[in-house]
Design a protein around this ligand. Structure first.
Ligand code: UD1
Ligand code: CA
Length: 455
């Protein structure tokens, strides 16, 4: 049985952040999730993740076996803490660094295939770098790999080696179990280096390398500057892929598109827009300028500008914004118009429903053809609990109305402006709930309001 072991217990000292390195987001997605997504797509079904003292920062799926490395004594020690979790000793183990998130499932499959088909005891994933600083250098004698030397232990000559260890290795399980106890910490950093396995195993059997051609896939992230550089590169690749499929992107360096966003057709994205999470954008959608979308589905021909849409769906032909906020499992139907300073939360609407200005609509199930007048509020919270509002079809809600939930408003009913509605309305009812106006002739002077003299 083959296993994957992810090493993510390191202190991440060079990041200078309190958050665990694996949970730091790249284009909105935590580093560790990139690695897990790739493993879930691979043939490796058993995944062990080694976490350190910041383990509570992580929220990993239950299928991942978590082990704790209490003291960060080095990468070999991290692997050692995972060994008791192996249920059998047949097969191979893929070891992955928790800080190289861009490896692809294809590379992983090819790598494992190469390791197995060559009957290697150990295969190192290697890359060639113009500036190999910080990486373990692969030392060869008569072309055979004999050891890896870490940056801090390398001689000047060794530092010039451009073939480096990527952090990915595939190793026979039995051999790993026998070899790990032989690793010592007699080196510049007083750490147990996993890379010392190379020297140990090369003495008893076949060690070879698999070159990862696209170095980007194996780039290790050790500080916030290297994180920023790889994020820019990843973003360039993602934007290019979408552009080549008909997504117009204005002023591309101001636009952010996450790795799990799908465009199902052509689209127009304007400056300052972010599309993140698991979002799906159907055809002929217009997003932006200055719009943030996360975990959303936006159907054909919808337009969203200067707005925020989170965990929600926007129906075909609907127009959102400017300055709207749609969130928390809202399902906006087809051809709706949600305009300036309108917030929809956990709300469903039917066809052609409008809320054009200044409204809060929360925990509401609303039909088709409803008009929320300017300033309408569904009053869903009494300070302790949240309540639901139900609105039928073709309801007219006059400006500045409060609907005090829980409440049901029947279809074809009509609410006069300025009403605070506390009782349910049946289909076709008219309701007005405001105090009658008092007008006192020529009484205004008493209040002596300053007047503008036009001359
Ligand atoms: C490591 C390799 C280096 C390689 C580079 C590739 C070693 C000794 N060196 O160096 O040869 O070129 O990766 O990116 O392996 N970790 C633990 N427990 C620990 C220490 C580290 O889980 O006690 C984890 C870290 O969280 C990290 C990974 O192991 O995800 C690698 O550790 P890091 O300190 O980043 O090693 P590098 O110096 O980058
Ligand atoms: Ca690293």
């Amino acid at each position: 049985m083959d296993y994957a072991i992810i090493l993510a217990a390191g202190k991440g000292t060079r990041m200078h952040m309190s958050k665990a390195k694996g949970m730091i987001p790249i284009l909105g997605k935590p580093m560790i999730e990139y690695i897990l997504d790739v493993l879930f797509k691979s043939s490796l079904k058993r995944i062990i993740c080694v976490l350190g003292n910041q383990y509570s920062d992580f929220n990993l799926p239950s299928c991942v076996d978590i082990v704790l490395q209490r003291e960060q004594l080095g990468t070999a020690d991290a692997v050692k803490t995972a060994l008791p979790r192996l249920k059998d000793t047949d097969g191979d183990i893929l070891i992955l660094p928790g800080d190289a998130p861009f490896i692809t499932s294809k590379t992983i499959e090819d790598f494992i295939h190469f390791h197995k088909s060559n009957d290697n005891l150990l295969t190192l994933g290697t890359i060639r770098l113009d500036s190999p600083f910080g990486y373990g250098r692969v030392v060869r004698e008569q072309n055979q790999i004999v050891r890896i030397v870490e940056e801090k232990d390398a001689s000047e000559e060794e530092k010039r080696i451009d073939e480096v260890y990527s952090g990915f290795m595939c190793v026979n399980t039995k051999i790993l179990i026998n070899s790990i106890p032989q690793v010592d910490n007699l080196n510049a950093q007083k750490e147990y280096y996993l890379t010392d396995l190379v020297e140990i195993i090369s003495k008893i059997g076949k060690v070879s390398s698999y070159e990862i051609k696209d170095c980007f896939e194996a780039k290790g992230i050790n500080d916030l500057y290297s994180l920023s550089l790889v994020e820019q590169e990843l973003q360039k690749r993602i934007l290019k892929k979408h552009m080549l499929n008909g997504v117009y992107i204005e002023n591309a360096n101001t636009v952010t598109i996450g790795p799990d966003v799908s465009f199902l057709g052509e689209a127009m994205i304007y400056s300052g827009t972010k599309v993140l999470g698991h979002s799906t954008i159907y055809s002929k959608v217009v997003l932006g300028p200055n719009t943030e979308i996360k975990n959303a589905v936006v159907y054909d021909n919808a337009k969203i500008s200067h707005s925020v849409v989170l965990d929600s769906c926007i129906g075909k032909e609907s127009t959102i914004g400017p300055f709207a906020h749609i969130r928390n499992n809202s399902y906006i139907g087809e051809a709706n118009r949600i305009g300036n300073f309108v917030e929809f939360k956990n709300t469903t609407t039917g066809y052609k429903t409008y809320a054009s200005h200044l409204s809060y609509v929360g925990d509401t199930n609303c039909g088709s053809g409803v008009n929320f007048g300017c300033g309408t509020i569904t009053v869903n919270y009494d300070g302790k609990k949240k309540y639901t509002t139900t609105i039928g079809d073709n309801v007219f809600i006059g400006c500045n109305s409060n609907l005090i939930a829980p409440i049901q408003i029947g279809s074809n009913s009509y609410i006069a402006a300025g009403s605070t509605i506390v009782d349910d309305l049946y289909d076709g009812d008219f309701a007005i709930a405001r105090s009658p106006q008092t007008t006192k002739t020529s009484y205004a002077e008493k209040y002596n309001y300053k007047r503008v003299d036009k001359n």
